[in-house]
Design a protein around this ligand. Structure first.
Ligand code: SAH
Length: 244
């Protein structure tokens, strides 16, 4: 029996934002592997084994998924949002690198609606011009690199989507982020705090950067620092298409 490995994104939270392609893969699966809060988003059923795991064990989890697929299972590795955006797809390929006999396994990556896009849509169109995305967690990269990228993104006047802005174990990083952006002259830029987008707890706040407080973000928040041309229209925020 030939197993398969599918790496799927479940979107930001709302069932309606799970793509039909991902739903079909979940319906065919024998095993679901992922971080526990994402695995619980998959409906249990006969013939389906759930393998929830802790945070920060991505490589181990990826290895387990590959092993199950090599044994003939139809494995779906689930991430929130899109699996390629600060999520499990990279971890699976990293695990695959070290085991050449698995290189021919049928592997598919199914895209999902990433938090940045759902957040942008809830506020209007802040990503309508050039933008970048940065993960503010320094688990897997040195903090000075994050600072350098923030300064360069500010200088380039990109809108900046920020994932993992603030956790209990790293409360100071986001405060420092706001300071760096103020120093870089971004005080008047609009900042969107989009929390728990597409869930019943959704909350969207927009403020000028100089009025932004570190406590406005937590680990369920996606922060967008808009470009300098971005403006308000009614309750919406949008980036003009043209910048001169
Ligand atoms: N693969 C995911 C991102 C994982 S990193 C994706 O594509 O969306 C986890 C971070 O994503 C969180 O700290 C938060 O910044 C953001 N995030 C995920 N779901 C969110 C949601 N529903 N609302 C706001 N931010 C969200």
């Amino acid at each position: 029996m030939t197993g398969t490995l599918t790496i799927a994104g479940l979107g930001p939270g709302d069932e309606a934002l799970v793509t039909p392609e991902v739903s079909a893969a979940l319906a065919m699966a024998t095993d679901i592997v992922g971080y526990a809060p994402y695995v619980t988003r998959v409906q249990p059923r006969d013939g389906l084994t759930l393998h929830p795991s802790d945070n920060r064990v991505e490589l181990q989890r990826a290895g387990e998924a590959l092993r199950l697929a090599a044994e003939g299972k139809h494995v779906v590795v689930v991430s929130s949002g899109d699996p390629g955006v600060f999520a499990m797809a990279s971890a699976v390929f990293e695990a695959l690198e070290s085991v050449p006999q698995w290189h021919d396994l049928p592997i598919r990556v199914l895209p999902g609606v990433t938090a940045m896009l759902a957040a942008a849509a809830s506020a209007g169109a802040p990503l309508g011009h050039d933008f970048c995305a940065i993960n503010l967690s320094d688990n897997l990269k040195p903090w000075p690199l994050i600072e350098q990228r923030l300064r360069l993104a500010a200088e380039a006047d990109f809108a900046i989507a920020m994932y993992n802005p603030r956790s209990a174990s790293r409360p100071e990083g986001f405060a420092r982020t706001l300071e760096i952006l103020k120093e870089a002259g971004c005080g008047e830029r609009i900042v969107i705090f989009a929390r728990a987008v597409s869930t019943p707890e959704q909350r969207i706040e927009t403020v000028e950067l100089r009025a932004a407080k570190p406590e406005m973000a937590d680990m369920r928040t996606l922060v967008i620092v808009c470009n300098s041309a971005t403006r308000r229209v009614g309750r919406w925020v949008y980036a003009p298409r043209q910048v001169r």
